[in-house]
Design a protein around this ligand. Structure first.
Ligand code: PLP
Length: 293
């Protein structure tokens, strides 16, 4: 593969960043995970907006326009001859003297990584193998007093700790007790997965934790809410407990690469299937098909 580093496309083996880069030293960086369908970035404007919001929160004034960032993504896709792809765009504050306090002069390190992805949706193959199992963990998604959950920064230690909680020793090495970790807030309310937003369906109404809580505003989350509203499915954004999920008719997760991923178990308790997840999945697929192919 070929990646984009600081303005140039280079072989992945030569795509390196300085050990003095603040992204490496402090996690002082923002990123977006995107995907393309038929060579076109899904919901580019929404991703560009979220990235700008994250950079504003961190005061990373990288000086690159949305169209310049998009140009670098497109250049990387062309260099790898990819149409249906995973894309990661990272922007760190760059190399600065060894002081924690950021200096005003930002020399951003901008990296674009890409990889092939299956087409997804009902017609294609999914990224995931089967429905997910979901498990509540002790690691918390904290409210906005520290690193705001709404910012997609390189500080993913919280998510890593959550995923590590799922790891157990098996006979042939480490195994996981569930596919995704479910993080609660300090009051025990459901927030989201380590890399996904969570939804559940009860009596045909769709529920997802509100963005008032410590939740990343997922691009897929927002598309799914749109589709549900268009379909006149009752939608509620609120505060929920893990029990609400365990007793729900349907539970599913969303993120850019998974799209909609059904959940088969929450904390070991089977979740029944129902019509709403496949319906929303079909509508999502139709929207991708209509807009990108
Ligand atoms: N929540 C977290 C913590 C994430 O890391 C992600 C994506 O990686 C999501 C939610 C889903 O966001 P999106 O739909 O924009 O991929």
């Amino acid at each position: 593969p070929r990646f984009h580093v600081d303005g140039a496309v280079v072989p992945a083996s030569e795509a390196t960043v300085s050990v003095r880069d603040r992204g490496f030293r402090y996690g002082d960086a923002a990123f977006e995970t995107l995907r393309t369908y038929a060579g076109d970035v899904f919901e580019w404007a929404a991703h560009a907006d979220r990235l700008r919001a994250t950079c504003d929160l961190l005061s990373i004034d990288h000086g690159l326009s949305d169209s310049e960032l998009r140009r670098r993504i497109d250049e990387t896709l062309v260099a790898n001859d990819l149409d249906d792809a995973y894309v990661r765009l990272s922007i760190s504050r760059g190399v600065q003297p060894g002081k924690l306090t950021p200096q005003p002069d930002v020399t951003p390190t901008v990296v674009v990584e890409v990889d092939a992805l299956p087409r997804g949706g009902l017609e294609g193959e999914s990224v995931w193998d089967g429905p997910a199992t979901l498990q509540t963990v002790k690691t918390q998604r904290v409210p906005d007093r520290a690193i705001p959950a709404r910012a997609k920064t390189h500080n993913y230690l919280n998510g890593i700790l959550a995923r590590l909680e799922l790891r157990i020793d098996g006979p042939d090495g480490p195994e996981t007790t569930a596919d995704e970790a479910l993080l609660l807030d300090a009051d025990g309310a459901v927030t989201e997965g380590a890399t996904s937003n969570v939804f559940f369906v009860d009596d045909r109404a769709l529920h997802t934790p509100s963005l008032d809580g410590p939740v990343l505003p997922g691009i897929t989350r927002s598309v799914v809410l749109d589709l549900a509203r268009e379909e006149r499915i009752p939608v509620n954004e609120g505060r929920y407990t893990p029990d609400d999920l365990r007793s729900a008719d349907e539970v599913f997760l969303t993120n850019t690469t998974w799209e909609l991923r059904p959940v088969s178990k929450v904390d070991g308790i089977e979740v029944g299937g129902g019509p709403v997840t496949p319906l929303l999945s079909k509508l999502f697929d139709a929207r991708v098909e209509g807009e990108y192919y």
